[in-house]
Design a protein around this ligand. Sequence first.
Ligand code: 5RP
Length: 224
Amino acid sequence: MNVKKLVGEKAAEFVEDNMVVGLGTGSTAYYMVEAIGKRVQQGLNIIGVPTSKRTQLQAEKLGIPLKSVDEVAYIDITIDGADEISSTFQGIKGGGGALLFEKIVANYSKKIIWIVDESKMVEDLGAFPLPVEVIPYGSQQLMNLFKDKGYAPVLRENEEGKPYLTDMGNYIIDLHLKKIEDPHALANSLIQQTGVVEHGLFLDCVNTVLIGSEKGVNIRHVRK
Ligand code: 5RP
């Protein structure tokens, strides 16, 4: 069974006529965008706000009307994937490299839904490397600083062995932290570091989590 497809298609059912919908990025979000595209072709009237060039291209091909985050007053609902979700429903995102746009779109969303398979549900965050988007200038200094802090940083590379570039032309440093004891303290310290654009800790923001497994989709309403 394709669990990502199952959960992505279930999430598309949360979209209603006349909504402004934040469209996430990643292999699970892919199926959600496909399912929304199908509904649009059948007459659903929505505006999509894509969180990456990749999702934008996919949505355009499906005929989903799109606007950028700056062209809408707010977003009714954003549906996105996640890399890890803790027992208190804090998240790590950015494995797919779209964390900056994803966080901006999330910040202006009335409701956020995360779609994952059950392997993403963990007790504490940190086994998944935490992505940190940084500007290229001074990035080696940030690597040194993170190394000194014991964060085991790795500069993300593309298939050619060159630094991976985000949609904004930034680098990503993945922090191999194993276990994040205090996500809020870490988030605060990372965002204060000059050169850091954004980090992949998405805290206190998700409303609903759809957890897919071979048994089906478990819907957890986390906060209003
Ligand atoms: C992209 C993301 C993705 O949502 C996250 O990496 C999960 O992706 P996938 O569904 O492919 O496992 O944050 O920046």
